[in-house]
Design a protein around this ligand. Structure first.
Ligand SMILES: [Zn+2]
Length: 171
């Protein structure tokens, strides 16, 4: 991924600044994780990838062969007409790798958010950043809620009888 994920690209900076401003803290380009996510938020157990629409083939429809017709342009990913076969194969590989890395991260218990370059252009920028913040808060609540649900059942079975014994001891 390092070959296609250049550091400090503009879209990535937009996400960093936007999340920092909204109070989120993160690590950058964690090399120990599959795909070297652009931002890693441990508290939210979430990885964020900021994808360039061309290199990562945003919204392109890929058929299972590398023929020039195997990949259709989308509004934000236009495959060059020259050497088309080469580009189709390349972008297809990139997409497959992205998918594989997301799968690995999910297996390791990470949530993943993919942000596309085109979603960070104005006028969509602020609403995209807001929706990332919303998703992160939602993830945190979900994880937190899971713990809240498990504790009372333990408390009722194990703690109440002990409390009853203590009371008996004082009498
Ligand atoms: Zn796009």
């Amino acid at each position: 991924m390092s070959a296609i994920r250049s550091k400090d690209t503009k879209p990535e900076m937009i996400v960093r600044r936007g999340l920092w401003k909204r109070g989120f803290r993160y690590r950058l380009n964690d090399r120990r994780l599959p795909g070297h996510p652009d931002l890693v938020l441990r508290k939210y157990r979430t990885c964020i990838f900021v994808n360039g629409c061309f290199w990562h083939g945003h919204n392109v429809n890929i058929q299972p062969d590398n023929s020039p017709s195997a990949l259709e342009n989308s509004a934000c990913c236009k495959i060059p007409r020259t050497n088309r076969e080469f580009w189709v194969a390349k972008i297809r590989r990139n997409k497959e790798r992205d998918k594989e890395e997301l799968k690995q991260l999910a297996t390791m218990g990470w949530h993943c958010i993919t942000v596309w370059e085109c979603e960070l252009k104005s006028p969509r920028r602020e609403s995209t950043l807001d929706s990332i913040a919303f998703t992160l808060n939602h993830i945190w609540l979900q994880d937190h809620h899971a713990k809240v649900v498990t504790y009372p059942s333990i408390a009722e079975e194990d703690i109440l009888p002990m409390a009853a014994e203590d009371e008996a001891g004082y009498e």
